[in-house]
Design a protein around this ligand. Structure first.
Ligand code: SDX
Length: 427
């Protein structure tokens, strides 16, 4: 028995089906609303609007729950690694040893870039924003690896492995270019994260061997960023993919959306905020006061979330990891103390308590990346590397939906009614 919602407008009453998700979430299916009533809905920012059914990631914002394909993020953080988590998100279950070995081998195989990519990197200014380079170079992959507009399963698998592998190489090369350092080829004997750190920090005369603690910490950061249901950048990937744009083009668009300081760019903004407080630009209390003053235009970066009205479970894990990683690396970072202080006074402040504003994934991640020697302007690039499997999983889920349609929202027009053209001499 399908439950319905009754809508009465004027002399018309219609019943709209109510859809129930596997965790009991309810949604009113309005796909026939305009056809039946001529009405559309209006929901700027889509805070009340579901764009799709999805089986990839579940978030309960009130309880602070995050699960990838049903597995709690805490268990994955404790037991898994980035390659295995990527497979889980894309294919819906944990890989067998054979599947994981095959996937790892394809990630190793696809790590190198076509030599001509170097000419593209050389064409960018050395201070080009890394997210601009990343988005451009992911699109450029389409030029070197023309994708089938309708990939079959085998083609999709290779495209997914190619993108997850090469995004890492592109990121490392853009960093090396920005530092005036030679590009470092991927080392086929290294696993995903160790290979990335090798490409970032080795030199032709000396291989950088990342410590197990750093490899473990970066695996954790990438896993925690791997997916987050219908966030801004993932929704962007779905919208672009809905026009049958290929995987590279869709994920390049996701990079652009992630760049914004309200989204993935927040991890850079958090470090800048913490550094400003530490340098004495402003005190933690002043930062909080500014964040509460709407006229300041300042927000407490790394705080608040559209969905979480409780602790972001990723922030809880990262806060704990920050201690462990900095301790294992023997790094004492005063910004960690500033972050802790800021969190403490914010969580005691009525403004934040009333609005249920808690630290999100971006609040502590930058402190850990900084301790690893990753430059601040690469933080959002690391976020993009982590989010790539989630974008790919959502692109595929939509691609496989036979009933899928091109994304094309409506609007409420508020502009001029019909107006005649006036020749310039009479204006
Ligand atoms: C990510 O969607 C995802 O899943 C994203 C992400 C993912 O994994 O993909 O989780 C990653 O993007 C995390 C968020 C990173 N961004 C930041 O840390 C930037 C700072 N945060 C805010 O800008 C804000 O909290 C957002 C953008 C995250 C959420 O914005 P919403 O849902 O549109 O919330 P809102 O602007 O409607 O805020 C509600 C109220 C407002 O006050 P009132 O008008 O009710 O008086 O809370 C206030 C806001 O002014 N508020 C803040 C605040 N965040 C919200 N006030 C001060 N500082 C903040 N950080």
């Amino acid at each position: 028995m399908t439950r319905t919602a009754t809508l009465t407008f004027g002399d018309q009453t219609i019943e709209l089906p109510v859809i129930e998700g596997s965790e009991g979430e309810l949604g009113v299916d309005i796909s026939q609303l305009r056809a039946k009533t001529g009405l559309i809905t209006l929901d700027p920012g889509f805070g009340n609007t579901g764009a799709c059914r999805s089986a990839i990631t579940y978030i309960d914002g009130d309880k602070g729950i995050l699960r990838y394909r049903g597995i709690p993020i805490e268990q994955l953080a404790e037991n898994s690694n980035f390659a295995e988590t990527a497979w889980l998100l894309i294919y819906g279950k944990l890989p067998s040893q054979e599947q994981l070995d095959t996937f790892s081998e394809r990630l190793r195989f696809h790590a190198p870039l076509h030599e001509s990519f170097k000419h593209h990197f050389e064409g960018f200014p050395v201070d080009a924003p890394p997210m601009a380079t990343l988005s451009a170079m992911i699109n450029t992959l389409s030029c070197f690896h023309p994708e089938s507009p309708e990939p079959d399963e085998a083609e999709f698998f290779e495209e997914a492995a190619r993108l997850i592998s090469k995004v890492r190489t592109i990121a490392a090369y853009s960093y090396r270019r920005s530092m005036g350092l030679p590009y470092i080829y991927p080392a086929p004997h290294l696993h995903y994260v160790a290979n990335f750190l090798h490409m970032m920090f080795s030199n032709p005369y000396e291989q950088h061997v990342a410590s197990p603690e750093v490899v473990k910490a970066l695996n954790l950061i990438l896993m925690l960023h791997a997916d987050h249901e219908q966030n801004c950048s993932t929704s962007t990937v779905r919208v672009v993919g809905s026009s049958k744009a290929n995987l590279f083009a869709s994920c390049a668009a996701g990079v652009s959306a992630l760049w914004g300081p309200l989204h993935g760019g927040a991890n850079v903004a958090v470090l800048e905020m913490l550094e400003s407080i530490h340098r004495g630009g402003i005190s933690a209390e002043q930062a909080l006061a500014q964040a509460k003053d709407k006229s300041s235009g300042f927000r407490l970066m790394g705080f608040g979330h559209r969905v979480y009205k409780n602790f972001d479970p990723r922030a809880v894990i990262l806060k704990k990891a920050a201690d462990e990683v900095l301790g294992s690396l023997g790094v004492k970072d005063p910004l960690l103390d500033v972050a802790r202080r800021l969190e403490q006074i914010a969580l005691e402040d009525p403004y934040f308590v009333e609005r249920k504003l808690y630290p999100n994934v971006d609040f502590y991640s930058g402190i850990i990346m900084r301790a690893m020697g990753i430059p601040t302007n690469m933080f959002t690039v690391i976020f993009a590397i982590g989010r790539m499997p989630g974008w790919i999983a959502h692109w595929k889920e939509q691609y496989d939906d036979q009933a899928g349609r091109i994304a094309r929202p409506r609007q409420i027009y508020t502009g001029n009614t019909e107006t005649d053209y006036v020749a310039i001499g009479k204006r």
